[in-house]
Design a protein around this ligand. Structure first.
Ligand SMILES: [Cu+2]
Length: 132
């Protein structure tokens, strides 16, 4: 009986370890690795909080921000329940990759336009940055 208990605990520990080891590199969803794109630094003109959503999985607060050309937007990851990403809908302009609470991601927008973005693992999470 005690031998079986030990075996089950050991298997559980192995699963937990495998899960942790995986989250570092393979954080792009669908098993693809993800390299952050478009990140910058500077003084944020607007801060978007990435927070838990009681009726869903997460949300960007506010969902739409407007900045001037050349301004920097910062995303402040505050959801301790789920990882989220800030990924431009064209998948090339910017991508934070999946981040956990405490992370920050900044993008400087040097061209005018409307830049919709989403979370790669939560289809209900969308936002837009309006520049110009
Ligand atoms: Cu998400």
């Amino acid at each position: 009986m005690s031998v079986w208990k030990f075996a089950i605990v050991a298997a559980g520990t192995a699963l937990v370890l495998a899960g942790c080891g995986n989250s570092g590199a393979d954080n792009g969803g669908s098993g693809q690795s993800c390299t952050p794109k478009g990140g910058g630094s500077g003084t944020a003109a607007q801060v978007v909080k990435v927070v838990n959503n009681p009726s869903g999985t997460g949300k960007y607060d506010p969902q739409t921000v407007s900045v001037k050309t050349g301004d920097t937007v910062e995303w402040d990851f505050q959801d301790s329940a789920f990882s989220h990403s800030v990924t431009s809908d064209d998948n090339t302009t910017f991508d934070s990759c999946l981040q956990t609470a405490g992370a920050k991601f900044q993008v400087t927008f040097s061209t005018a336009g409307s830049f919709p973005y989403h979370c790669t693992i939560h289809a209900d999470m969308t936002g837009t940055v309006k520049v110009g």
